[in-house]
Write a protein that binds this ligand. Sequence first.
Ligand code: DGI
Ligand code: FE
Ligand code: FE
Length: 197
Amino acid sequence: MTKIYFDKTFSPLTSEEIVAKEKNNMDAKRFKHCIGVSETSRKLAQLNNYDPEKAALAGFIHDYAKQVPNERFIEIIKTKGFDQDLLNYNRAIWHGIVGSYIIEQELKISDPEILTAIKRHTTADTEMTTLDKIVFVADFIEPNRDFPGVDEARKVAFANLDAGVGYELAHTLSFLVENRQKIYPKTLAAYNVWSIK
Ligand code: DGI
Ligand code: FE
Ligand code: FE
């Protein structure tokens, strides 16, 4: 029997079908991360008066497209009406923004709140719904995450979800600058909204 991680699928597919597709689309380590994000999303939802099962599903599928080949992302960006500036970035940015398109196609989920949370889960945005914040933060603090600052991030996020978003964006910006990585404009704009003290 397949283990079930959420009660509702927001899709004509069953939970078993979604879990099977997810498992098929990634390696075991990534799958474990997705279970962690699902469980942490459920907890954050309970703390923030949001539907826990909807959050658990969004968290579970957030990295569905993480291991999709570059060629497929590029093809979709070129042919499906995406902003062509995305081609100047890489799969770190694509797996959420283009991933939500792939999720809609393959998991048959069209709920706009879920799709938007997937789109924003890497970069965040100046405007964030409660579900956007839940998935963004859960991705950063789920139990399998281990980096300097993760305990502080957990403490901050469980006390106040908005503060959790701010903490994570400051950390991500520092990481990107430290590594001389290109900053996606939305990440920077989101930092200016959520991380300024
Ligand atoms: O998919 P995960 O690894 O679970 O987590 P994620 O979706 O938050 O992706 C994290 C990666 O995304 C990390 O390597 C940093 C990268 N990233 C986030 N914002 C930006 C970025 N990379 C670039 N180049 N520019 C950004 O603005
Ligand atoms: Fe991701
Ligand atoms: Fe993730």
